[in-house]
Design a protein around this ligand. Structure first.
Ligand code: SF4
Length: 356
């Protein structure tokens, strides 16, 4: 069997930053309880690993004692949640991805200009709940074209759509086309709200899945972008499975599979992909190729709220950012240490390195 590893896959800049925030807090505040409002990122392993280190994940700030440290997850929160945190004198550290914050800022800006906002996304996803909370009186959520007839639009000339950052480009395109047909004057966001990481991981699956007999996506079932990767592969006619880790593999999936694509959602740790590959090579004697479809060099600095807390605790934030280093080399070293034949195939178009 041949295994193709999609690149990019796995952690995005926002997830690296959010995980780094909790890591840093565990280090600089070893004797204080650290609370995280919602899962820091949507991955079971990431959450369980932090729980084992004493981090407490809560679904309501009622569970957080006054004056404690609380981290807002990568998906962002509404102003109402920030207010509750303030009234309880919590030390809030904001790990919201800057690309989610960008959508919040657009919502605030257009609401102030008197626009109504159609927010394309999944109504109950934490990111959508947070963005909606910025201007609930003028935002309506659109999950599918079926929602369009019931929208209440006052002035079609003062209407804009925004989107959740982790949607499928294809699904969002269908909804946006339907919105444009229903409201031809609707404004577009200044730049696509679907983030670079979502776009690149989907582009890689779209490029590689058609040559494969099966796609395995490493990620959790509540991870929007992981679920979208699975759907995209299936929409292209290739069977796909979303798995949290190698323990979920089933032998019957591999009958007749000659070429397998492995990818991972933006919140899935790379060591789970390595474990999976090791298991597949052991079971099926596979050879491995990584297909580079886009190069990513995006990195976000530590949030200001964490830097302030560090300074209060006498810690200089300068130079504390965890630098990822050369992933390609690390991968080669890992394969060579495990005696697994491996090569990288560069399919990138010159100058196509992604930026947010
Ligand atoms: S998937 Fe996109 S929006 Fe979400 S954390 Fe990653 S970079 Fe940010």
């Amino acid at each position: 069997m041949k295994i193709i590893l999609a690149n990019p896959r796995g952690f995005c800049a926002g997830v690296y930053m959010a995980i780094d925030v909790v890591d840093q807090l565990l280090e600089i505040c070893p004797d204080e309880p650290i609370f995280v409002y919602h899962e820091i990122v949507h991955n079971r392993h990431v959450v369980q690993r932090f729980q084992r280190r004493g981090v407490r994940f809560v679904e309501s700030l009622d569970e957080v004692p006054e004056g404690s440290i609380v981290v807002f997850s990568a998906h962002g929160v509404s102003p109402a949640v920030r207010q509750v945190a303030q009234s309880k004198r919590l030390l809030s550290v904001d790990a919201t991805c800057p690309l989610v914050t960008k959508v919040h800022a657009e919502a605030i800006r257009y609401a102030r200009k008197g626009f109504q906002i159609l927010l394309v996304g999944h109504r109950h996803h934490q990111e959508v709940v947070g963005t909606l909370g910025e201007a609930p009186e003028v935002i309506q959520v659109v999950e599918s074209p079926a929602d369009i007839p019931s929208l209440k639009v006052i002035d079609p000339e003062k209407l804009i759509y925004l989107t959740q950052t982790t949607l499928s480009l294809d699904d969002a395109g269908v909804i946006i086309d339907a919105l444009k047909r229903a409201f031809p004057q609707i404004k577009e966001p200044p730049a696509s709200d679907i983030c670079y990481a979502t776009t690149n991981r989907q582009t890689a699956v779209r490029a590689i899945a058609p040559q494969c007999d099966l796609v395995l996506v490493v990620g959790s079932s509540n991870s929007s972008n992981s679920v979208r990767l699975t759907e995209i592969a299936m929409n292209m006619g290739t069977p796909a499975r979303l798995i949290d880790d190698r323990s979920e593999l089933r032998r019957e999936w591999f009958a007749g599979v000659q070429t397998l694509l492995v990818t991972a959602g933006a919140s899935a740790p790379e060591d789970l992909v390595h474990d999976l590959i090791e298991e597949l090579v052991r079971s099926y004697g596979a050879e491995v190729e990584q297909h580079d479809v886009r190069h990513e060099e995006v990195e976000f600095g530590l949030p200001g709220s964490l830097k302030s807390l560090m300074r209060e605790r006498g810690v200089d934030p300068e130079g504390r950012r965890i630098i990822r280093g050369d992933e390609g080399n690390r991968l080669r070293e890992w394969f060579s240490a495990h005696n697994i034949p491996f090569r990288i195939v560069d399919l990138t178009v010159q100058g196509a390195a992604a930026a947010p």
